[in-house]
Design a protein around this ligand. Structure first.
Ligand code: FPP
Length: 243
């Protein structure tokens, strides 16, 4: 569900309530400059902060960023370690988000993450729990298919314990057992870097999302590019299966 922009100067723009961002192109950005790939992720982390704050300024209430997928473990160990270190460094300094009253949530399977990172994630969630200007969701060791399996397993347990009947299974019940249970569906998915696929990102939640693709590599993505994506969204006609 999208909400109208609060901005008087852009009153005709419909701002999506929830934007999902696939932060793609960090490796290519670094390669073009003959830097190691991890430099691209470091720039990508700076872009993440900038674009989250820009989203808040533009009136977006929820932004989910795909930071690490369940498939990304296949990358070389030094690249995976560098990305995990970026998460830790970022969580040591969430002050810019605190100042902006931004709530932080993590989705994904934490069991494979270091205890230190898990503790920092929990701490960041705890201190920002009541912040209400915007919610930033970071998807870390996240996969949409495994999230749906998790939901199905939880429902199956309830059926096994006679707490539920098979006929009780509906969309709402599946949603209630996803990581995103309290978060509205995705209105707009943005994928930079020229790739045009969803890559197992929020596959349930984006059933009726609009898609915006651009060739810009994520580290080069600017506030203006976010505004362009929102404008493109606002110009679309969403019918949700109706006419
Ligand atoms: C995809 O680009 C990017 C990733 C798998 C990692 C994304 C992580 C970050 C931007 C760091 C996030 C940090 C914080 C603090 C949220 P790619 O490496 O696949 O790019 P390529 O397709 O050009 O190789």
């Amino acid at each position: 569900m999208a909400v109208s922009s609060k901005k008087g100067d852009k009153s005709d723009i419909l701002v999506p309530a929830h934007i999902g961002v696939i932060m793609d192109g960090n490796g290519r950005w670094a390669k073009k400059r003959l830097f190691p790939r991890k430099f691209g992720h470091r720039e990508g982390a700076k872009t993440f902060k900038k674009i989250a704050l820009a989203g808040k300024e533009m009136g977006v209430k929820y932004m989910t960023f795909y930071a690490f997928s369940t498939e990304n473990w296949k990358r070389p160990k030094d690249e995976v370690d560098a990305i995990m270190k970026l998460f830790e460094d970022y969580l040591d300094d969430v002050s810019s988000f605190e100042k902006e009253n931004i709530r932080l949530i993590f989705i994904g399977d934490r069991s494979r993450l270091s205890q230190n990172l898990r503790d920092k994630m929990k701490h960041a969630e705890d201190i920002s729990r009541d912040f209400d200007s915007m919610t930033v969701i970071l998807a870390v060791n996240y996969g949409g298919q495994s999230e749906i399996c998790k939901s199905v397993r939880e429902i199956a347990k309830m059926i096994k314990n006679d707490e539920l009947d098979i006929d009780d299974i509906d969309e709402k019940l599946i949603e209630d057992n996803l990581y995103t249970r309290d978060i509205p569906p995705v209105d707009l998915i943005i994928r930079p870097s020229g790739e045009m696929r969803l890559s197992n990102f929020l596959i349930w939640q984006s059933a009726y999302a609009e898609y915006y693709f651009t060739d810009i590599l994520w580290p080069d993505f600017k506030e203006k590019d976010l505004a362009d994506a929102i404008k493109a969204f606002s110009d679309r006609s969403r019918r949700f299966g109706g006419i």
